[in-house]
Design a binder for this molecule. Structure first.
Ligand code: AP5
Length: 211
């Protein structure tokens, strides 16, 4: 499991690690962005909540994760990114893991500084088609503002606008931070310096997971 504030680089690193390990990267933010793109009542509701920086209701989130973890490709391991987000979700995760018959081996806390978070979120651009993540300064696309994979024009996430970013950071402080204590008490938490280039951070991550 990767934990950390918005913009800490969790998605960037978790997707690379998942590819290297050959296991799924289960990111609730990505799953909700997919759902939000749908032209349905649920899609609109999710979109509205995400645009404000608040959390999607626990019931909906827990069910989504439960269904995902029950899929056969998660049997040989997975990386959880963006879930759990509060103590209620952590309690439900325990039940889901019991049901699935597995456990969390490691919780990695991404350590970053406030100014780096702001800079990372400000420069982030994403591909609306394949969901690849770029940064205009530190990880730019080869061609100006289009995705390297499929040529789609890159966009800024709606929730990366300054006001929403501030609210997301508050929600993280109020609801997600208590998880560190929970997982530290269980002896699962490892802190990792998430500053430096993406390659440097990835090398640290590999060392943390023993690769
Ligand atoms: P989610 O998508 O989970 O957002 P987040 O946790 O705020 O995380 P981010 O995606 O913003 O950041 P990241 O740490 O993955 O950083 P990234 O790798 O992209 O959630 C979005 C919303 O969905 C929530 O607000 C909520 O509404 C809903 N939601 C999701 N999960 C939920 C849940 N469990 N319950 C309820 N609601 C939920 O990197 C950021 C930028 O920095 C990129 O541009 C990247 O290129 C760049 N970068 C990365 N690493 C480096 C580096 N080492 N050096 C320089 N730049 C870097």
């Amino acid at each position: 499991m990767v934990l950390g504030p918005p913009g800490a680089g969790k998605g960037t690193q978790a997707s690379r690690l998942a590819e290297q390990l050959g296991i799924p990267h289960i990111a609730t933010g990505d799953m909700f962005r997919e759902a939000a793109a749908e032209d349905s009542e649920t899609g609109r509701r999710i979109r509205q909540i995400m645009e404000t920086g608040e959390l999607i209701p626990d019931e909906m989130t827990n069910e989504l994760v439960r269904e995902r973890l029950l899929r056969s490709d998660a049997r040989s391991g997975f990386i959880l990114d963006g879930y759990p987000r509060n103590l209620e979700q952590a309690a439900t995760l325990d039940q889901i893991l019991d049901e699935v018959g597995t456990k969390i081996d490691l919780v990695i806390k991404f350590m970053v500084r406030g100014p780096d978070i702001v800079e990372r979120l400000r420069g982030r651009r994403v591909c609306p088609v394949c969901r690849a993540v770029y940064h205009m300064a530190t990880h730019p696309p080869k061609d100006d503002e289009v995705c390297d994979n499929d040529g789609a024009p890159l966009i800024r996430r709606d929730d990366d606008l300054e006001e929403t970013t501030l609210r997301r950071l508050e929600v993280y402080g109020e609801q997600t931070r208590p998880l560190y204590e929970l997982y530290a008490e269980r002896g699962l938490l490892t802190e990792m310096d998430a500053l430096g280039s993406t390659d440097e951070v990835f090398r640290r991550l590999l060392a943390v997971v023993g690769r």
